[in-house]
Ligand binder design. Structure first.
Ligand SMILES: Nc1ncnc2c1ncn2[C@@H]1O[C@H](COP(=O)(O)OP(=O)(O)O)[C@@H](O)[C@H]1O
Ligand SMILES: [Mg+2]
Length: 241
């Protein structure tokens, strides 16, 4: 029985680092097929939210469910196998591994019955520029190429929900356009996406819905189109760029 219309649900999630309340009773829903964006200034708690979902920081309160199955408390590799893929902050492409090895790292976390070589072909079909770089070390890649490897590695896990933490950060404008083009294509192919972005204008242009975080608390949420005009967003975020 599939009674849940949701992919991912965070209910009253709280995270602390010592005395710092990084997330305070945050509730977020990401429904199947949506792009949802999380906006907020530096230090608002966006990366902590990603780390809470992927099991890298423990919750001090609240629960996280994916299609009705509880995720919080599971080890990070179990959470990945449940269908959470991640493009982490700073990309985290391994400099000492080749492009191929970086891509295949994601493969072990996949639930898919599609063979590895076929999934690799799909990823290379999406990022043809990587095909000639497969044996090169991650250290030799440009920021844009690293972002493609990080995205490809996440897609090798065949995620139900793809988390992306500031994928455009530090990229040249042409590469930023390319990253957003790929995000749009992924949506078309049915991937559900939770996108953290400092580029609020581009994020609101591509997202269906958005939430605004301010020092660990949700201060606004709604449709992306509606939030583009809301003064809370301008105050909390858009005004600072
Ligand atoms: N490992 C950590 N130890 C202590 N405090 C942290 C740690 N990581 C983040 N913080 C603090 O938690 C808050 C939220 O940080 P973060 O989630 O990285 O925000 P964002 O991604 O929105 O910039 C900030 O006040 C930050 O200084
Ligand atoms: Mg961050």
């Amino acid at each position: 029985m599939n009674s849940s219309p949701l992919d991912l649900r965070l209910s009253n999630v709280s995270v602390r680092y010592g005395a710092v309340a990084a997330l305070d009773a945050v509730s977020i829903e990401v429904r199947r097929g949506e792009i949802v964006t999380i906006l907020g200034a530096n230090g608002a708690g966006k990366t902590t939210l990603m780390r809470a979902i992927t099991g890298l920081v423990p919750l001090v309160g609240g629960e996280i469910h994916l299609d009705g199955r509880r995720l919080d408390g599971l080890a990070p590799h179990r959470i990945a196998r449940e269908g959470i893929g991640v493009v982490p902050e700073g990309r985290k492409v391994y400099a000492r591994l080749s492009v191929r090895e970086n891509l295949l790292m994601g493969s072990r976390l996949s639930r898919s019955t599609v063979p590895e070589h076929a999934r690799l072909e799909q990823v290379l079909g999406r990022f043809p520029a990587l095909r000639t770089r497969m044996n090169e070390s991650g250290a030799l890649l440009s920021g844009g190429e690293q972002q493609m490897v990080a995205l490809g590695r996440a897609l090798m896990t065949t995620p139900k929900v793809l988390l992306m933490d500031e994928p455009s950060l530090g990229l040249a404008p042409m590469m930023i356009d390319e990253v957003f083009r790929v995000i749009g294509e992924l949506r078309e192919s049915g991937v559900t996406i939770l996108l953290v972005e400092q580029n609020a204008t581009m994020a609101l242009d591509i997202a269906d819905r958005a939430y605004v975080l301010q020092t660990g608390k949700l201060v606004a949420s709604g449709t992306a189109a509606g939030l583009r005009h809301a003064s809370t967003v301008a105050d909390a975020y858009l005004g600072v760029i």
